[in-house]
Every structure is written in C-alpha cells, then in structure tokens.
Design a protein around this ligand. Structure first.
Ligand SMILES: C[S@@+](CC[C@H](N)C(=O)[O-])C[C@H]1O[C@@H](n2cnc3c(N)ncnc32)[C@H](O)[C@@H]1O
Length: 364
C-alpha cells in the first residue's frame, strides 16, 4: 500500500485513484547533483569559478528534469526546508508549445504529449508530488495549477499524498476573454489546488485594491491624506473629543458633524477563492513569448498569502520564471527548475533584469 503513496495512517479503504503500474514507475531512484555553470549578479552572468556550495542562501535556477533534482535536494538536507511550492506543470493537453523568438522563428519550448495516454501522465506527476511533500516544511503549502484536462485526477493524488483534510482551497483563476467556441461554454478558468502540509500552516488573508469610486469621491487634507466622510454614529462625548483632537471630525456647511475615514487606513474587499486576474495579452509589456506564461500578479498573490519574507519558495516547473521573479520581488529565496533550455534561458534573462537579484545557474 505504502508503495503507491497511500498514507500510512490514511484511510484504508477510502476511495482513491488507481491505474496500471501506479507506484512502479518512479523514474529511477537516481539523484543527480546539479553542476553550477554560472553565477548571476548585478545583471551579469559570469562563469562559476567559485565553489557555489560555499555561497550561503543562494537562489538557484536549475535546468533539468525535476525528479533527480528533487531527489538531490532531499539527499542534501532540504527535506522539510521548502516553505512554499507552486507548480504549473503540463496539463495533459496533448499539444506542443512553441516560444516566439526575437527573429520571428518559433522554437519548441516543451511537449505535453503522452504516448501512454493518461497513465503515463500520472506516472510522471505522481512521484514528483510525493517528493514535493517531503521537501515542504511542516508549516508549508503547495499550490498546484491545473485545468479541466487532468485537474480532477491530480486532486485525488493530492488528497492521497497531503491528506484530504489539508485541502485549503480550490482556487478558480478566471481570466475571461473572447472565444470562437460555439459548441460548449468557452473554457475561461484554471484551477489552483492549495494544500498545506499540516493544519498549522502559514496564511495571510489578501485584500483587493480599494474600489475606484472611493478615490473619485475622496477629499484631501492639507497634508495630502485622502478621506471619505461617514456618519459619526452613536459615540460618547469622550470618544468624539478624541476623534476631533485627532483631526478625524469635520463640520458640514449645515453645522452637522461628520467623521473622516482616511483611505490609507481602509482595506479593499477580502480576496475569496475566485481570482479575476487578466491573462497576459499579446500587447502586454510583461509578455516574453514563452508559451503558457502566467501573470506575475497571480504569483504575487500566491506567494504573499502563503509565505513570509525570507522564506524559501520553489517552482519545479518554472517555465519563464514568473514565480521566481515574484518571489524575488517579495523578498523570498527561491529555487526554480525546468527541463526546457528555452524556459531556463527566458527565466535567466528575466531574472538578470531584476535589480539586486543574485542566483546560481545550474544544470543536471
Ligand atoms: C505550463 S509551463 C510553466 C509556465 C510557467 N508557470 C510560466 O509562468 O512561465 C510547464 C513547464 O514545465 C516544464 N516541464 C515539463 N516536464 C518537466 C520535468 N519533468 N522537469 C522539469 N520541468 C518540466 C516545461 O518545460 C514547461 O516549461
């Protein structure tokens, strides 16, 4: 039972996903030590002359299959040390994905075709999810980005590996947009499964930006602070005097008192489990030409809610490096891996443009 990822304490007899060879194809037991090829700092890449093992708390961008890389991380002391994992793996879409390059040529970035059908896709993702579970810290979480193709299968695997009780959210990322499809409802959302390693996990609620109409309605104090007016409400004389002394009450033309509610002390609505964030459109500055690139705003929300500055964030299918750039800009350490040279080249160039970003570039 334990061989196929069944949790030892878990729920013998509980419904679960099975397929031929489940748990048998583990991609070999090999772990491969990544070889550092360069050190990147101040927007420049230099050959890795120094022994990078001596560079403390470095960020790592690693080209190669994530299975041996994760095995290596586990074998070198990273078990239980990663605070947040976000992955956006191939979706079992049956397509090839091309990146557009500067000279107008499309280059193959990665394939999402599986000769053995769904079973071979599950053979790929299942052992990797188990290694991610081992890497996560006790208060850590994983966000698994999928869509309608295989999301329902992956959820069952996550239930099995992380425990159904640790499913925190099934987030819908709704991106909208036009569609030529007329034979069914256009598919305009992805799913992000948020599981924690335990019931004691890191989480900070997120708030949407405040509504524009509040800014449109706001008045300005001489010091530049913006406020909207509110009823004073039923308060004691003492409380009223306190508010007045703090410049939080004003008198209207008709001689009534109103309260000032400063916008910098207000929060927008709390974010729920449906996230409306626009997809990167063809004209967006953020667009790099890497297929299936996700918006940075999406990754900033994931990283902000489930980690703190200084934490370690990992993305083992990092593509163009969106999560790594978001982690860097939010003051987290990061590890990114991808098996595509096109992806790693794109992520490296992107990270080199982020001021103060330092990382090793490695290959397995
Ligand atoms: C959907 S894309 C990720 C896009 C990324 N989130 C972004 O914003 O650019 C999936 C990535 O997984 C990578 N990949 C597929 N199999 C892999 C494996 N076994 N090890 C490492 N990376 C893999 C692909 O090369 C591809 O870049």
């Amino acid at each position: 039972m334990a061989r196929d990822g069944m949790r030892p304490n878990g729920a013998k007899g509980t419904a679960r996903l099975t397929w031929n060879r489940k748990g048998e194809i583990e991609g070999g037991k090999t772990e491969k030590a990544p070889r550092a090829v360069a050190w990147c700092e101040d927007g420049k890449q230099v050959d890795a002359a120094t022994d990078l093992a001596t560079v403390a708390s470095r960020n790592r961008l690693i080209e190669g299959d994530n299975l041996p890389v994760m095995r290596h991380l586990l074998a070198t002391g990273s078990a239980g040390r990663v605070d947040l994992i976000y992955i956006d793996p191939p979706f079992w879409s049956g397509d090839d994905y091309y990146a557009s390059s500067d000279d107008g040529q499309d280059v193959l970035a990665y394939k999402d075709r599986w000769d053995g059908g769904l079973d071979s896709y599950l053979d790929m993702i299942h052992p990797r999810l188990k290694l991610m579970h081992e890497l996560l810290s006790p208060r850590g979480s994983i966000f698994v980005h999928v869509d309608w193709h295989a999301g329902h299968y992956i959820k069952l695997l996550l239930d099995e590996i992380f425990g159904r009780e640790n499913l925190r959210n099934e987030i819908v990322w709704w991106f909208g947009g036009p569609s030529p499809v007329k034979t069914s409802f256009p598919r305009k959302h992805d799913i992000i499964f948020f599981y924690s390693k335990s019931k004691d996990y890191q989480f900070s609620p997120q708030y949407a930006p405040m509504k524009q109409y509040l800014y449109d309605r706001a008045r300005k104090d001489p010091d530049g602070r913006l406020w909207v007016d509110q009823n004073v409400g039923k308060i004691t004389r003492r409380k009223f005097d306190e508010l007045a002394a703090g410049g939080r009450v004003f008198e209207t033309k008709t001689g009534r008192y109103r309260r000032k509610q400063f916008l910098d002390e207000m929060q927008g609505d709390m974010v729920d489990d449906v996230w409306t964030i626009p997809i990167i459109n063809s004209q967006a500055n953020e667009r790099l030409g890497y297929p299936t690139q996700k918006p940075q705003a999406l990754l900033e929300r994931v990283i902000s809610c489930a980690s703190r500055p200084g934490d370690v964030v990992a993305d083992f299918f990092c593509g163009s490096g969106t999560s790594l750039v978001a982690a860097e800009s939010l003051g987290r350490s990061w590890i990114g891996t991808d098996s595509s040279g096109v992806a790693i080249g794109t992520a490296r160039d992107r990270l080199l443009k982020v001021g103060g970003c330092r990382f090793s570039l490695e290959v397995v």
